[in-house]
Design a protein around this ligand. Structure first.
Ligand SMILES: [Zn+2]
Length: 403
């Protein structure tokens, strides 16, 4: 018998949603660089990060995002950033489940004065959090265009040695092949970026690849054969004009594919409920065919698909005896959920994050009746206000920062 009974009163009880790709600490920069910036990454993101990132900003911003994720019904998420030990503290404060990938990148960053310091940082972080109930430590080589072959393979070796996930951006941009070729001249001998990564022994079931837009049929077969998980992030890909992923084809081929948003500067929203609608809409426009994706397929991508992409299909992603207790309750009486004849259609195409009434992670009530129960919100608010004012002051001096 549980200590606490919650009467869902006929509302929808479903598995918590899984956001497979995020950089949650970047919420401090959300809404900056929204006016005709040519290259968001180089013109706004990197200058902001260079000037402002520190442990406190990363921790407080991660807490702010974890609260937002919980309020929108996301119970698990994958993150790639710096100082992931600070993200871990914040995520545990809120009580979410996080797969946290410490970034490995070929230039100096906030948590490493020399390139690739993330390799050692990741190893320490993994040792510290291995076996944690809520945190799955992971390693995150940023992308093949920012990480050399030797360090990609070093990251893979750490992932293999500790049996932890490896997170990476993959075939995200139309000109990515040329970008990667600069660091990986050997790639010229292979037919594609994905076949090259396979040949060097980098692909495997512990890899969760984000975006995955520019690939052909043979590449898809290769990802499937190697058990690579895919995060489909259509909001970020369309907002950033990167393209539209052939996610539908990957799903039909039986790849492990789930949904993500990318960081709050790239897609602004971080709920998964409204991504489902997007997934179907962009696929249907791309194919000029209104049949791809049933509502059930979309709800599965948001839940069990994400779990499978993380190799966690055995303990996450569905409501079954023996699985971890990550679940949410969605208000069925909300006007936008009515009449709700088909519950899957109501969730996939009609629901908003504000319809989530309760979020439970690992058996703990994180949010109930739209109130966060795990965090001292007043103390958090004070720290968050300080972060915001520091960011705002600098952003005003940055061209393309605040208009
Ligand atoms: Zn990303």
């Amino acid at each position: 018998m549980s200590e606490r009974l919650i009467d869902a009163g006929g509302d929808i009880v479903m598995p918590g949603m899984i956001n497979l790709h995020n950089h949650i600490s970047m919420v401090a920069f959300r809404g900056l660089g929204e006016y005709e910036v040519e290259n968001l990454l180089f013109d706004v993101m990197f200058p902001l990060e260079k000037e402002l990132l520190n442990r406190q900003l990363i921790r407080v911003s991660a807490r702010q995002s974890a609260i937002e994720l919980a309020m929108g019904g996301v119970t698990s998420f994958a993150d790639m950033y710096y100082h992931e030990d600070e993200v871990a503290i914040a995520v545990k404060d809120v009580g979410l489940r996080g797969v946290l990938g410490q970034t490995v990148i070929g230039f100096p960053v906030v948590d490493s004065p020399k390139p690739y310091g993330g390799l050692a940082y990741a190893e320490d972080f993994i040792r510290k959090y291995q076996g944690d109930e809520l945190i799955t430590p992971a390693i995150a080589p940023h992308a093949p265009y920012t990480v050399d072959k030797e360090q990609l393979l070093a990251a893979k070796a750490i992932s293999d040695q500790y049996d932890v996930p490896m997170l990476m951006h993959l075939v995200e941009f139309p000109n990515e092949y040329e970008m990667v070729l600069e660091r990986h001249p050997d790639m010229a001998n292979y037919r594609s970026e994905i076949s090259y990564l396979d040949q060097i022994g980098f692909l495997g079931p512990k890899l969760l690849a984000a975006h995955v837009l520019y690939l052909d049929d043979a590449d898809m077969d290769l990802l499937k054969a190697r058990g690579v998980g895919v995060s489909h992030n259509p909001k970020a890909n369309s907002k950033g004009a990167s393209g539209i992923s052939p996610a539908w084809e990957m799903m039909k081929k039986g790849l492990d594919i789930g949904l993500g948003t990318d960081g709050p500067m790239s897609s602004n929203q971080m709920d998964i409920l409204t991504v489902m609608h997007y997934v179907a809409s962009v696929a249907r426009l791309r194919l000029m065919d209104a049949t791809p994706y049933t509502p059930l397929e979309l709800v599965e991508m948001a839940t069990i698909g994400g779990a499978q992409a993380l190799d966690r299909g055995d303990d996450l992603g569905s409501l079954e005896a023996g699985k971890l207790a990550d679940l949410i309750i969605i208000d069925r009486d909300a006007p936008n959920m009515q009449p709700g004849y088909d519950v899957y259609a109501a969730i996939a195409f009609g629901a908003y994050p504000g319809n989530v009434e309760t979020t439970i992670v690992n058996g703990q009530v994180v949010m109930h009746d739209r109130m966060i129960e795990t965090v001292d919100l007043a103390a958090h608010e004070a720290e968050w206000t300080e972060v915001k004012s520091r960011v705002e002051a600098f952003a005003k001096t940055l061209e393309g920062g605040i208009r």
